[in-house]
Design a protein around this ligand. Structure first.
Ligand code: SF4
Ligand code: SF4
Length: 411
């Protein structure tokens, strides 16, 4: 996503600094409906930590009422999770996520950009690092076919829409984080749907850049990936799905649960916990839920193979929020803690995620609490159900001292 093309007038009609699109900034009517939905406002109770407060800060930056180096601007542009929960309750259609990208493009230029964000975006842009994907891709291919066919293979519906979908090429996107830390997720996705092709030479989708002050590179990477992957792009990362859908078009991109739902996939088997059906809950991906409106699909898929229990506050951010868990570890844990409390109260066996960043955040939090609850990706849960009697694959990337500890692309 790129910033405004020219310097627009500020909110009062005067020339502004040109940081924001005037039309986007002017949409907010300061009603405050978004305040109760905001996790950072919930933490502090301070107006400046709310969506409305941050938009007031953006307007002050744009008009020149606040100096660009004002410390509140730096603090609040970083404290915001970018979860977009505020967008879902806004009666004026404020696209807060786009405003935040424009804000960080300005605020996080040069030395203003957190060192960790700079390092990570550079890392995923390096061909050598992403070159590892070839290795992982081969690994994914090698493990794609189930060693034993499930007793009841996935049933598929054959309505006209599904038939049309089946004729299109479908590419599985290997996310930057997932390909390195959780390759079992891609393997599980291909186990469920062998028609998913894994094209070579995939780069980063650019979500990490767009959320960390470099939306121009984020847009360019998304477009390049769109050219590399043919047909429908399927991703197991909710954050990447939202970013790609914005740049490639909503019809071209499907998050895995959406794809399975659309393809009429009927999950096989069930997940057991000892001698009973497992109790399973789900944590939403913020950008998948708030950006793309995908809520029903992953729940129905879980409910098909286990006893589904709704997690109170499932739609509230878990605190992973891309690089947030690394940039602001204390705030990230403060956001996560009520969720861990809720998980303990639910007494479930598994919590399912639809994004690698959330998977990592929950695994770390549950491990810290020595919880018996296991965090798994939806693809892993469905694959586990389809191969009864076999243990789940070991959880990659959750060892202590992992150099990639805490980092995640997308949300
Ligand atoms: S962002 Fe939307 S909900 Fe929040 S104050 Fe502005 S108009 Fe109201
Ligand atoms: S994106 Fe999330 S944390 Fe940021 S203002 Fe909106 S609701 Fe609050």
């Amino acid at each position: 996503m790129t910033g405004p093309a020219s310097t627009p007038p500020g909110p009062g009609g005067e020339q502004g600094r040109g940081v924001f699109d005037k039309e986007l900034l002017d949409r907010c009517i300061s009603c405050g409906f978004c305040l109760p939905a905001c996790p950072t406002y919930d933490l502090t109770g301070q107006e400046t930590s709310s969506p409305r407060g941050r938009i007031t800060l953006m307007r002050a930056l744009e008009s020149g009422d606040l100096a660009p180096d004002d410390p509140t601007l730096a603090e609040e542009s970083s404290f915001c999770l970018g979860c977009r929960a505020c967008e879902t309750v806004c009666p004026a259609g404020v696209e807060y996520g786009r405003l935040l990208e424009q804000w960080r493009d300005h605020q996080w230029q040069g030395a203003g950009r957190p060192l960790i964000a700079r390092g990570l975006t550079a890392l995923v842009s390096r061909p050598g690092v992403l070159g590892l994907q070839g290795l992982v891709r081969r690994h994914a291919r090698g493990g794609a076919a189930p060693e034993e066919e499930p007793e009841h293979g996935p049933e598929r519906e054959h309505g006209p829409e599904q038939e049309q979908e089946r004729k299109q090429p479908v590419s599985l996107m290997l996310g930057c984080v997932e390909r390195g830390l959780y390759p079992a997720v891609s393997r599980a996705a291909r186990e469920l749907r062998p028609e998913l092709a894994v094209p070579a030479g995939q780069g980063c989708c650019g979500a990490l850049h767009a959320h960390n002050g470099d939306s121009a590179t984020g847009a360019a990477l998304a477009r390049a990936l769109g050219e590399r992957l043919s047909g429908t792009v399927v991703t197991t990362a909710g954050g990447c799905a939202a970013h790609l859908a914005h740049h490639l078009g909503r019809d071209r991109v499907r998050e895995l649960s959406e794809y399975l739902d659309h393809a009429g996939h009927r999950p096989a088997g069930e997940v057991r916990a000892g001698d009973r059906r497992a109790r399973v809950t789900l944590q939403d991906s913020c950008h998948l839920r708030n950006g793309l409106g995908v809520v029903r699909q992953p729940r129905e898929l879980v409910a098909a193979v286990a006893d589904y229990v709704e997690l109170p506050g499932a739609g509230v951010c878990c605190g992973a929020a891309g690089t947030y868990a690394m940039l602001r570890p204390d705030d990230s844990r403060a956001v996560l803690d009520p969720k861990l409390d809720a998980l303990a109260e639910l007494d479930v066996d598994y919590v399912v995620t639809v994004n690698p960043g959330c998977l990592r955040q929950l695994r770390q939090g549950l491990r810290r609490r020595r919880s018996r609850v296991k965090a798994v990706h939806l693809a892993e849960l469905l694959a586990m159900a389809a191969r009864p009697g076999k243990p789940a694959e070991p959880a990659e990337g959750d060892g202590t001292g992992d150099p990639a500890e805490g980092w995640a692309a997308g949300r």
